[in-house]
Write a protein that binds this ligand. Structure first.
Ligand code: FMN
Length: 196
């Protein structure tokens, strides 16, 4: 494998390969709200459980809704959902952005949260812990239910083929993913070939 020539960056570049989600919450009057949030990751809970980790900056409506209700949905954004993502990302809840929302909205099966009909993977979550740093709040969320596109037919947690979900990946620009390359261990036999 060749040695990469790197240059030091004098600006605060941020490389965060971020999955795109639309976070669904309820406003105080019960109406739904969705906001694009890409600071989404996971960490380990007890046993096989894992917690979704979602970070929000500033005083946006979605953050206030989560702090008030303690629940949210995280709707994976696939490439065909980019118009929904951009619609929600360029309007604020206070601007009445959901008044003319033309896409289907459902409700969680286990948690009382709005969900997006178009999403192929929806987490229904309850916030277990919130950590505030500066102007950001990070929510550690217990996953109460996952709704997965029935057509994907995944067998277990390691059988998730992202190409079937076609997720949007964000890093300042929108991307899609390429091929499914294999499983853990598939490449270990190539180590000898790589040595120089
Ligand atoms: C691609 C994209 C990614 C975003 N990611 C985040 C994020 O991770 N955290 C955050 O606090 N805001 C993020 N935002 C900004 C919110 O989505 C935006 O402030 C939104 O309008 C808030 O809507 P609301 O007023 O309904 O809460 C993102 C926006 C876009 C377009």
């Amino acid at each position: 494998m060749k040695k990469i020539r790197r240059i030091s960056a004098d600006r605060p570049f941020s490389l965060c390969v971020q999955p795109a989600f639309l976070i669904g919450t309820k406003n105080e009057d019960g109406t739904p709200d969705f906001a694009p949030i890409t600071w989404v990751s996971a960490t380990c809970g007890q046993g096989e459980d894992y917690l979704l980790v979602i970070s929000m900056f500033g005083g946006k409506r979605t953050r206030r809704n989560v702090e008030r209700s303690g629940v949210l949905s995280a709707n994976l954004v696939s490439v065909d959902m980019l118009p929904i993502m951009d619609y929600c990302g360029t309007r604020h809840a206070g601007d009445g952005k959901m008044d003319a929302f033309p896409w289907g909205i459902g409700r969680g099966e286990k948690v009382d949260v709005p969900t997006l009909d178009a999403s192929r993977w929806v987490y229904e979550c309850e916030v277990e812990k919130t950590v505030e740093i500066g102007q950001s709040a990070t929510f550690f969320c217990r996953i109460r239910n996952i709704q997965i596109d029935a057509a994907a037919r995944f067998q277990d947690a390691f059988d998730v083929d992202l190409t079937k979900l076609d997720p949007v990946i964000y890093s300042g620009k929108y991307h899609n993913i390429g091929k499914m390359l294999g499983c853990i261990g598939d490449f270990s036999t190539q180590m000898g070939d790589e040595k120089q």
